[in-house]
Design a protein. Structure first.
Length: 199
């Protein structure tokens, strides 16, 4: 658990697993109710017919970012205590490309595949099986890949430091980018719908 209740010792390891399980069930339930357990809906973004995944993910990013920024600004959250994973640019770029290719080909990401398996989708069972094989395969091959995986270590990198601007300006930029993305996504969906009607 990354929430402060666990970090400050308000409950132990055993209860943290129960809390994580309950949160996971809730997250999976809402994913399924939103239709994200369907490979057709998820791949709709790649065909530019349904950009719901793009809009939901951008909404989540902006909501979390604004929450963290303003809680830090009013002094309720110590930003220095938030863990930011280190950056290894080459291996993370390759990993992101592999994840994206898997998403396009298989129609799921790791989380949505579990949701789809829970609803009985056979294609998701195959996807999750392949995902599991890939995880174990990477683990077995890690010693041989370690040099590449750890190449280009940059430590902890955040956008304000990279761009040399205050946090607030980055937050404003991302919010404006999200608003433009939402407007653009709606326009693309309307264009795709008109194209489908003509064909």
């Amino acid at each position: 658990m990354s929430a402060p209740l666990y970090k400050f010792g308000l409950f132990g390891d055993e209860l943290s697993l129960v809390v994580a399980f309950v949160i996971g069930l809730g997250f999976g339930f809402f994913l399924e109710r939103a239709g994200f357990g369907s490979a057709r809906k998820l791949t709709g973004q790649f065909y530019l017919t349904d950009l719901a995944v793009f809009k939901v993910m951008f909404s989540a990013i902006v909501t979390a970012m604004l929450g963290v920024f303003y809680l830090g600004w009013v002094g309720w959250l110590d930003l220095s205590l938030i863990y930011v994973g280190p950056t290894w640019l080459p291996s993370q770029i390759v990993g992101g490309l592999l994840l994206g290719i898997g998403f396009v080909v298989g129609g799921y990401c790791p989380g949505t595949s579990v949701v789809a398996v829970a609803t009985g989708a056979l294609d998701a069972v195959v996807f999750l099986f392949g995902l599991t094989l890939g995880i174990f395969g990477f683990g077995e091959a890690y010693d041989a890949l370690a040099g590449f995986v750890q190449a280009g270590a940059m430590g902890t990198v955040v956008l304000p430091d990279v761009l040399g601007v205050p946090y607030g300006q980055v937050v404003l930029g991302v919010v404006l980018l999200a608003l433009a993305g939402f407007v653009g996504a709606e326009a693309v969906e309307r264009w795709s719908a008109r194209r489908s009607e003509r064909s």
